[in-house]
Write a new protein. Structure first.
Length: 149
C-alpha cells in the first residue's frame, strides 16, 4: 500500500459530526490503566509518568481520563507529592516489589476519583483529572462493589 497526501474522496468538515468532549461527572469509578509511558517533563528538568485510565463500568464505561505524575522534579515538594501519588497507583494495582517496567500496572481494576479541574484564568476549558487512586475490591457476591472512598 502506498501512502499519499491525497484522499480518495473529498472530506467536508461542514457535513461531518465532531467529537464530543463532555466532561465525566465528578465521582468514583472503576478503571484500569490502558496505557502508561514515562518521559522527561516539557522543560527537561524532571521525569513524569503519563497514565491513560479507561473507565470499565457504569455510565461512563469506555471513557478515558489522563493522569500525569511527577517522579523527578526540581521542586522537592512537587516530587514528594508525585512519588506518593505513584505509590498509591502501585498499591492499587497490587504491585509490592520494586519495578522498572511500567507494563505491570496495566489492566488491573482500580477505584479512581475523577474531579473536574477548572482553569482559573478562564482561557482553557474545564477538564477531568484523576484525584485519587485506591485498590478496587470486588464484592464477590454479584452485588455492586463498594468503592473505598
Amino acid at each position: 500500500m502506498t501512502h499519499t497526501t491525497t484522499l480518495g474522496e473529498a472530506f467536508n468538515p461542514e457535513t461531518e459530526e465532531g467529537s464530543s468532549f463532555d466532561l465525566i461527572k465528578p465521582g468514583r469509578y472503576i478503571a484500569e490503566i490502558e496505557d502508561v509511558t514515562c518521559g522527561p517533563t516539557k522543560n527537561g528538568a524532571g521525569e513524569a509518568v503519563n497514565l491513560r485510565w479507561k473507565i470499565t463500568d457504569g455510565e461512563y464505561e469506555g471513557r478515558i481520563v489522563f493522569q500525569q505524575i511527577m517522579l523527578k522534579h526540581a521542586s522537592t515538594e512537587a516530587q514528594s507529592i508525585g512519588r506518593k501519588t505513584f505509590k498509591d497507583v502501585a498499591d492499587a494495582c497490587g504491585i509490592k516489589q520494586a519495578f522498572t517496567d511500567l507494563e505491570v500496572l496495566k489492566f488491573k481494576a482500580c477505584a479512581i476519583l475523577v474531579k473536574v479541574e477548572k482553569d482559573k484564568s478562564g482561557v482553557y476549558a474545564d477538564k477531568n483529572r484523576v484525584g485519587r487512586v485506591m485498590p478496587h475490591t470486588a464484592a464477590g457476591n454479584g452485588s455492586t462493589p463498594k468503592l473505598p472512598f
